[in-house]
Design a protein around this ligand. Structure first.
Ligand code: IMP
Length: 196
């Protein structure tokens, strides 16, 4: 069974690919010549549906899309849906980390959570998408640490482990992360829908 992944992010594709059932083949939309749509939603779920529809419409394949980001309650949920471009349209991960660290200077509450929503659409007009979501709770560290993962991983600290997400192996991260949890749920629902 072939699916198009409505993402251009290779890290995410790797994380998602290893967690799907073995007989599910995942093709990146960019490898099929499909550009990312403009994300006009104001919520993660709206953006994930926009991405899944767009990928399915462009390729004729069933699609899987994710939308995810980091939410900091002290900052009223920022960076939220703007996580990838928090420090500007061309921001690098380092720019985003610097902006977040300075926004939290002197903050009394450093709690944060990663959020992920996954959407599967059988076709662009599928009226019954499969939707799963999950949160990964943690806090924003004062200093970055670790060199695994991507994005905000070096400053996302999991208090119960005493480590940042960037200090976890990809297997450890996948087993507890927002994306890992949402994907485990999606994987089960996809197996049910496409049971032979
Ligand atoms: P998206 O591609 O629109 O879903 O943007 C997600 C952005 O949220 C990424 O570019 C990262 O900045 C951040 N993000 C989401 N998941 C993670 C994660 O697992 N680790 C670190 N940063 C993440």
């Amino acid at each position: 069974m072939k699916f198009v992944l409505a993402s251009g992010n290779q890290h995410k594709a790797e994380e998602i690919g290893v967690l799907l059932p073995a007989h599910f083949e995942l093709v990146l939309q960019k490898d099929l010549g499909v550009e990312s749509p403009i994300e006009t939603g104001t919520t993660f779920i709206e953006n994930a549906i926009i991405k899944a529809k767009h990928a399915s419409l462009a390729t004729g394949l069933p699609a899987i899309a994710d939308d995810s980001g980091l939410c900091v309650p002290f900052l009223s949920g920022d960076p939220g849906i703007y996580s990838a471009r928090y420090a500007g349209p061309e921001a690098t991960d380092t720019d985003n980390l610097l902006k977040l660290r300075s926004a939290l200077e002197g903050a009394s509450d450093r709690r944060a959570f990663f959020y992920c929503v996954l959407v599967h659409m059988e076709a662009a007009e599928d009226p019954t998408p499969i939707i799963t979501e999950a949160r990964w709770e943690g806090e924003i560290a004062h200093e970055p640490s670790g060199d695994q993962g991507f994005g905000y991983d070096p400053i996302f600290r999991i208090p119960s482990l005493g480590k940042t997400a960037a200090e976890l192996s990809s297997e450890q991260k996948n087993s507890i992360s927002h994306r890992g949890q949402a994907l485990a749920a999606l994987s089960g629902l996809l197996s049910d829908r496409y049971a032979t």
